[in-house]
Design a protein around this ligand. Structure first.
Ligand SMILES: [Zn+2]
Length: 583
């Protein structure tokens, strides 16, 4: 133990001697063996926060995450207290403070949700190397961004679509610990004939599961709407296809023309049914989406972004607020002016006259951030959000070779917008880009926190002490390899071999709880698969096949599927079958 750690340890002596190990023995020498024997396996937590479901849940999360990593038992207690969980109404609701009260560490939140975020910071800065070592972190922290979302794309039988409810719930807890405060999930009308489609009910149950889980964690539930609806929509109300000369904004699904009175009625009627089915749980945020799944190029709707889309978004907002009076709205401008047709300017002109019904403008693109809101200003002078694509870049199939960390990429993209953006909804296809989620969630919390600093905290918490530098090196090599793949350049074979060697060395040093953590497994398997595909004999070797088979288990992929899109999210194991082909 170095001098600094020693001092921290002594400062926290009241709760340091938890678990058996070196520090437990050190405590025995200082305080007498008897006392330590009592305290050895207990972390005594006093609940000063008023009881309620989220406070109880927060305690349960704390207990579970610590007990999973070391032999300490986390118990509620009123005497001999080592940790206090409290609410301090003087803090902003999402803020927290961690300080010292006599022998105990106190985590106070401005609300139960702020307490949950504080517990997240505490957990990530504790150490669990055989014994429990409480966090030395002291101070206050409040989020800068007001909307710190995640968008889960629940389709293609990806992890979000396939994972059991308990895993989803646990994963959402983990994201909440990083400061996330909103989750978006969309009802996939695009894949359904109508409300009577046999898949409609399971799809709605899935949306409701995410909504309910979000609410239980104090997170906002967001869903998206637009002018794309069921595949069974009558032909005569369909939209006029968009010109898409750059092939970037798409014409997916079956969009409806809202300028056609029957089309407008169809859109409103079906959105009303969607709200009805969510009315008992509630929708906190409605996100309007213009393109890919959406758009109409008819004379009355054009230019879509500042005419047909704008009017429809306002009508759907009004409808939504009749169910959910406090519902916030986000207007996405994704792929506006691609090609240029005055959508940004038209939206600015319209919102200059009336913007009261909108809360946020969302913008983003496949690569660099759109210039209009940065150079000219945000339409309606509303808070601006981003929509970083954290899943697909440099990566096919998505997650198919394991973890996909891109800290340098997201740092670069964030630096373009960090002065202007209030938060956003990263687009996620699965759990393999978990590191990107942590990085972006922390950008939203503290715009000046670097991706590297977040990952160092992530590594210490998820993989344990003493491996940070090596894991960072592995991550840097994996990111560089993804960049070369994206640019269709040859891999750096030596670097790829080194990353795999290093991942193996780290693996041998990890404590059992970290080695069994899926977050470590997917990173290690990525290093193995990069070696096989870039510096070995390809992805049909026994070790590549074993790695992909394990990823398939972790992602809950189907080995035989009828989903023609499943191959987008399933590792390319030769024996995996797509019975209806691949689209
Ligand atoms: Zn139209």
């Amino acid at each position: 133990m170095n001098t600094h750690d020693r001092r921290t340890f002594l400062k926290c002596a009241g709760m340091a001697a938890v678990g058996a190990g070196l520090q437990g023995r050190a405590m025995a020498e200082e305080k007498g063996a008897e006392q330590v024997a009592d305290a050895a396996h207990e972390l005594r937590v006093k609940m000063e926060a008023p009881t309620g479901p989220l406070v109880s849940r927060t305690f349960a999360i704390l207990q579970d995450r610590i007990q999973r990593r070391c032999s300490a038992k986390v118990v509620e207690a009123d005497a001999g207290v080592q940790l206090i969980l409290a609410i301090d109404g003087g803090l902003p609701p999402d803020a927290f403070r961690i300080d010292q009260v006599n022998e105990a560490v106190r985590i106070a939140g401005g609300s139960p949700r702020g307490l949950l975020y504080g517990v997240g910071k505490f957990l990530r800065t504790c150490r669990y190397d055989g014994t429990f070592k409480p966090s030395p972190w002291r101070g206050s922290s409040a989020p800068r961004g007001s909307l710190r979302g995640m968008y889960f794309a629940t389709h293609f039988h990806n992890w979000y679509h396939q994972a059991p409810a308990a895993e989803i719930s646990r994963y959402m807890e983990d994201l909440a610990l990083w400061g996330v405060n909103a989750v978006m999930v969309i009802f996939p009308m695009i894949n359904l004939q109508d409300w009577d489609d046999p898949q409609a009910e399971p799809a709605m149950n899935m949306v409701r599961l995410y909504a309910k889980t979000a609410k239980e964690l104090g997170l906002q539930f967001a869903t998206g709407v637009g002018n794309t609806m069921f595949t069974g929509a009558p032909k005569e109300i369909r939209a006029t296809p968009l010109p898409d000369p750059t092939h970037r904004r798409g014409n997916s699904g079956h969009p409806i023309c809202p300028s056609n009175p029957d089309g407008h009625k169809y859109l409103l009627d079906n959105t009303r049914q969607l709200f009805e089915k969510l009315s008992d749980i509630g929708v906190d945020i409605l996100v309007h989406w213009p393109y890919d799944e959406g758009g109409c190029a008819c004379e009355k709707c054009a230019p879509w972004g500042s005419s047909g889309y704008l009017k429809l978004s306002r009508d759907l907002t009004e409808l939504g607020r009749s169910y959910f009076p406090n519902m916030k709205t986000v207007m996405s401008t994704w792929m506006f002016d691609t090609p240029p047709e005055g959508e940004w300017q038209g939206l600015s002109d319209a919102l200059a006259k009336e913007n009261g019904w909108l809360d946020y403008i969302l913008a983003d693109a496949h690569e660099d951030y759109p210039r209009y809101p940065l150079d000219v200003g945000v339409p309606g002078q509303l808070p601006l959000l981003n929509f970083p694509e954290i899943s697909m870049w440099g990566n096919w199939p998505w997650g198919g070779v394991g973890a996909h960390p891109l800290p340098a990429r997201f740092q670069r993209l964030w630096d373009q917008v960090k002065q202007a953006v209030e938060g956003g909804f990263p687009y996620s296809e699965g759990i393999y880009e978990d590191m990107n989620k942590a990085v972006v969630a922390q950008f939203y919390w503290d715009r000046d926190r670097s991706a590297r600093s977040t990952l160092e905290e992530y590594i210490g918490y998820e993989f344990g002490s003493g491996v940070t530098q090596d894991v960072m090196t592995v991550i840097d090599i994996l990111e560089a390899s993804a960049g070369r793949a994206q640019r269709k350049e040859p891999a750096d074979v030596d670097a790829v071999r080194r990353a795999c060697q290093l991942a193996g060395d780290v693996d041998a040093r990890l404590p059992g709880w970290a080695r069994q953590n899926w977050r470590w497994e997917i990173l290690r398997l990525r290093a193995v698969l990069d070696r096989e595909r870039f510096a070995g004999d390809g992805l049909e070797t026994p070790s590549a096949e074993a790695a992909m088979a394990r990823l398939i288990e972790i992602y809950h992929c189907q080995m035989e599927t009828d989903d023609p899109y499943h191959h987008r999210v399933r590792p390319r194991l030769k024996r995996a079958v797509s019975r209806k082909g691949e689209l």
